[in-house]
Design a protein around this ligand. Structure first.
Ligand code: PLP
Length: 379
């Protein structure tokens, strides 16, 4: 180990974007004065309004977190109970759980080796008369093949939901990513580029969904006398919304800073044999949410897990997103589509991916040092 390269304090995979204390206190002061803490307050409504512009969609409904938002997206589409939803195993557990919480059945489909998103070539063979929807994930902000998925969905009459947790403000061929499919979910968790501490939203271009989602998010309550849906409590409170409003003014600058860090990583790491940088295709804008690499053990000389562990010795805490696969989890591994033989690409990639520390305040010096550490790890 080269101890001169070791960081004195831990360097984590991300560090949240936060507004200044003064600005937060100013907003909190207004909330205190109004005593309106939650339930569609002024901050909540302002954030929803502004997000429509930022996300380039006709409808936005904010939520207390992305998982409840995704769960509600599926509920709002009235899919037949017990029907099947084709989805990716290469994602955060919340994606698959949102299907199961709706009493629907996940059917895992393998991913494309380059984009790491649903492989459209494989979707069709998984469709049966029990299939009702496709749930794709724009993993690391890489867009799913939205055109191919649209064609398949139209051919078989399926709904399409996108988990866009990693794709805030991304455009695909100049079109806002939230305009594809029936509904998209964006997560505003503290680990995401744009955050409301915890939070998320649904984005859609089908105005008729707005009312249903509104009821579903608030216990199904229509008015003081009518409860019209089996709703949940998905409301975003005023404190979350206030942080969101302030972060809306900051995220573009955060993205600019991350772009600089990314260019350092890209230049230095692409020069190392056995390290592949996961690239965002040119037809999409980069959400700058993650910096993902793929480790080729044969070429580098160490496995992904070995690099991950060695980095810890240097106080660098990378993450193996997304290992394990959702199809490996205790509650899903026994369903027929979860068998590794059905998911060869995802099962290979889960051992290769490594996300490196990536946030605006990381500093160029630290980014260079992390690359240097990786270089020196090579046997
Ligand atoms: C792909 C994906 N989907 C869903 C979620 C869940 O979002 P939240 O944490 O806002 O509930 C996350 C991460 O947090 C995620 O990475």
């Amino acid at each position: 180990m080269n101890s001169h390269l070791k960081f004195q304090t831990p360097v984590y995979v991300t560090s949240p974007l936060i507004p200044s204390k003064e600005k937060v206190f100013e907003k909190f002061d207004a909330i205190w004065t109004s005593k309106w803490l939650t339930n569609h307050g002024v901050m909540h409504d302002e954030l929803e309004r502004r997000l429509k512009d930022v996300l380039g969609v006709q409808g936005v409904s904010v939520f207390n977190n992305g998982t409840i938002a995704l769960l509600t997206a599926l509920t709002s589409l009235d899919l037949p109970l017990g029907s099947e939803v084709i989805t990716t195993p290469f994602t955060f557990p919340a994606t698959t759980h949102s299907i199961t919480w709706n009493r629907l059945k996940p059917v895992f489909c393998d991913i494309d080796n380059k984009t790491l998103t649903l492989d459209p070539q494989r979707i069709e063979s998984l469709i049966s008369n029990r299939t009702s929807a496709i749930l794709g994930v724009h993993v690391y902000g890489i867009p799913c093949d939205v055109d191919a998925i649209k064609t398949i969905a139209e051919k078989y009459g399926l709904k399409v939901v996108y988990d866009a947790a990693h794709a805030f403000s991304t455009e695909v061929h100049g079109k806002a990513i939230g305009t594809f499919g029936d509904i998209s979910m964006f997560s505003f968790h503290a680990t995401k580029l744009f955050n409301t501490i915890e939070g998320g939203c649904l984005a859609y271009n089908r105005p008729e969904l707005q009312e249903k989602i509104y009821y579903l998010r608030n216990f199904g309550i229509k008015n003081e006398e009518e409860v019209v849906e089996v709703g949940i409590n998905g409301k975003m409170n005023e404190f979350q919304a206030a942080v969101g409003i302030l972060n809306l003014d900051l995220f573009a600058e955060e993205k600019r800073k991350r772009k600089k860090i990314r260019s350092i990583y890209e230049a230095e790491l692409s020069a190392i044999e056995g390290i592949d940088v996961v690239m965002i295709p040119e037809f999409a804008t980069n959400s700058m949410e993650y910096f993902a690499t793929r480790i080729n053990k044969d070429l580098f000389g160490l496995s992904r897990d070995e690099i991950y562990n060695h980095l810890k010795d240097y106080n660098v805490f990378a993450r193996k997103y997304f290992y394990p696969l959702c199809s490996d989890c205790e509650k899903y591994r026994y369903i027929p589509s979860a068998g590794p033989a059905n998911l060869p690409v995802a099962n290979k990639i889960k051992h290769e991916v490594l996300c490196l520390p990536f946030y605006g305040d990381l500093s160029e010096e630290r980014a260079h040092r992390i690359c240097e550490i990786i270089r020196t790890l090579r046997p």
